[in-house]
Write a protein that binds this ligand. Structure first.
Ligand code: SF4
Length: 99
């Protein structure tokens, strides 16, 4: 059973995998490992530019609703904290670098 640290992370807790398990298993703990191409395409359609913007943070509520928090809004009032989706044009958009 992984360690859970209440109060960390957007969902109210984060999961730290044990150190003595293979890297492939650790991937199961990564959000991106569980996202399929069709899910990514669906998010792109839902959120527009925010789906792959460097400044967005995906937040899922307890009820399963998905929000995209614009982190630029924390320091620049030009941007809305939770922009109306889909965002089709944005001066702050920067594409996330691929791993
Ligand atoms: S900068 Fe624009 S595209 Fe990027 S997260 Fe904020 S609102 Fe979305």
């Amino acid at each position: 059973m992984p360690d859970v640290h209440p109060g960390d992370g957007a969902a109210g807790g984060s999961v730290i995998p044990p150190r003595d398990i293979p890297a492939q298993t650790i991937l199961q703990f990564c959000y991106s490992a569980g996202v399929t191409t069709s899910e990514t395409a669906a998010q792109q359609k839902l959120a527009g530019l925010c789906a792959d913007c460097l400044h967005s943070r995906r937040i899922e509520s307890d009820r399963g609703s998905i929000f995209f928090l614009c982190q630029l809004a924390l320091s620049n009032p030009q941007f809305q904290k939770y922009p109306r989706l889909p965002v089709l044009s944005c001066p702050g958009y920067e594409k996330t670098r691929q791993a």
